[in-house]
Write a protein of this length. Structure first.
Length: 222
């Protein structure tokens, strides 16, 4: 059975999809996280940061797969930025009265393609998400506010059998896919990036399938 999918492009000079951490070291995941996508889509929809219920409903409205797009002309690289900051969080959640050093990672020259499908009983429909990314309420960014987009988020809408098949319709059709759907024979990994309904930033773990996509041959391309 064919399903509708919303396709997004995440492109910019820098991206930073943070892992679970505290203020002194800010590592990043090598691909866009679920919490990062929820934040990006929430900005487009106009969901306020303190609106925990709406953010949770948004996260429960879609499934996702991300492809780290292969590009022959450039190699992705990492950058570490150095800061000193005041009132940083400590491990117990309290504020540190002393200034601390903070190292923040960024990815440069990376392109990602994202496929989203609508879950049953979704509070936010795929059409609402499409309209929001085409005309965002707040300016979206690629993980951190210092990471602007270099092109619009919206790419196209397609029909396919599943998330991976949807990505195979979109050029460059090469790269590593991190999908919430997949065959049990595929490699899997645990990622702690599901936003929880708490005032403090806390995250649950999800399992994703890892698929290496190489020169996929399909009957239709975008």
């Amino acid at each position: 059975m064919m399903t509708d999918f919303l396709i997004l492009r995440l492109q910019g000079p820098m991206q930073a999809w943070g892992k679970h951490t505290f203020e002194d070291y800010r590592p990043i995941e090598r691909f866009p996280t679920r919490s990062g996508l929820v934040g990006l889509l929430g900005a487009c929809l106009g969901i306020e940061r303190q609106d925990i219920r709406s953010r949770e409903s948004l996260s429960a409205s879609f499934k996702m797969a991300v492809r780290s797009d292969f590009r022959e002309e450039t190699e992705p690289c990492m950058l570490t930025d150095y800061h000193t900051i005041l009132a940083a969080r400590k491990a117990d959640g309290k504020r540190n009265k002393n200034a601390v050093q903070s190292y923040r990672e960024y990815m440069c020259d990376t392109h990602f393609t994202v496929a989203l499908s609508e879950k049953q009983s979704a509070e936010y429909s795929l059409k609402q998400l499409e309209n929001a990314v085409k005309s965002p309420c707040y300016t979206p960014s690629l993980g951190r506010r210092s990471c602007p987009l270099s092109r619009p988020l919206f790419e196209t809408c397609v029909q396919a059998n599943d998330l991976v098949s949807a990505l195979q319709l979109i050029s460059p059709r090469q790269g590593t896919i991190y999908s919430e759907e997949g065959k049990n024979s595929l490699p899997r990994m645990q990622v702690r990036d599901v936003p929880m309904s708490t005032k403090q930033r806390q995250f649950a773990t999800r399992e994703i399938f890892v698929i290496q996509q190489e020169n996929a041959h399909v009957s239709e391309s975008v």
